[in-house]
Design a protein around this ligand. Structure first.
Ligand code: CTP
Ligand code: MG
Length: 232
């Protein structure tokens, strides 16, 4: 029997850097919200069994009626309230997973995830239990101190830009989050960090894409419009 694969799609952020009145996950790209495109890929995926949508406490009804019902996303089995920070929202999702083998944690603000990425990640997670979609950095990255002075330059060939989905064996990520949430964890910005830190378990990079941008600031919306238009 095939393993059960659950996706947690995160849409509980407030989009401060986008700065729009409407939160960025609900902004329109060619007539449909950003979150529609993110959910659609998991809905249509051959390997995903169910989807848990994590949203703001006040947006559950809106998501149910205006996104899940409207676009007939049949794999969305639960819509749950997230928390103040991304890790709080992930933890809410993890606590709502039912007997799944692998969990695909995905930013709702990344509408250009694709099936190839999901399937590659499943192959990798089966072998090693933890992987994240990523692409090699096109730019040189600098570590800069508070005074604005460059302290270090990591070798570019070793620098990867990590994206989502971030995919884990469920017991591994659940254990990492259970431990981490009981310690100071303000610095944690992605799920791989939780596993690296709490479990000392290797996390692999798997195939991401340069299209798989996170909608973060206004110029990202312009790119998103071009990407959707190109697909049409
Ligand atoms: N997210 C979430 N719960 C939070 C914070 C973030 O579910 N408390 C989600 C966002 O909705 C987004 C993803 O995590 O899909 C990545 O976060 P980010 O790009 O930082 O989104 P925001 O936190 O909304 O934006 P900003 O940091 O600019 O406020
Ligand atoms: Mg944020």
């Amino acid at each position: 029997m095939k393993e059960k694969c659950t996706a947690i799609v995160l849409a509980a952020g407030s989009g401060k850097r986008m700065g729009t009145q409407v939160r960025k996950q609900y902004l329109d790209i060619w007539g449909k919200p950003v979150l529609y495109y993110s959910l659609k890929c998991f809905e249509d995926s051959r390997v995903i069994d169910e989807v848990i949508l994590v949203t703001g406490a006040g947006e559950i009804e809106y998501c149910r009626d205006e996104i899940v019902k409207k676009y007939n996303f049949t794999k969305v089995c639960r819509i749950v309230a997230g928390g103040d920070e991304r890790y709080d929202s992930v933890y809410a999702g993890l606590k709502n997973c039912e007997d799944c083998d692998y969990v695909f944690i995905h930013d709702g603000a990344r509408p250009f995830v694709d099936e190839e990425m999901i399937e590659e990640a499943l192959l990798t997670v089966r072998q090693c239990g933890a992987c994240v979609a990523a692409v090699p950095s096109k730019d040189t990255v600098k570590i800069v101190e508070k005074d604005g002075v460059i302290a270090q330059t990591p070798q570019r060939s070793k620098v990867w830009i990590v994206q989502t989905p971030q995919v884990f064996a469920y017991p591994l990520i659940r254990s990492a989050y259970d431990k981490m949430m009981n310690l100071p964890h303000d610095h944690v910005t992605d799920d791989a960090m939780a596993v690296e830190w709490m479990e000392r378990h290797p996390v692999k990079v798997t195939k991401g894409s340069y299209y798989n941008i996170k909608i973060t600031t206004p110029e990202d919306m312009k790119l998103a419009e071009i990407f959707v238009q190109e697909k049409k």
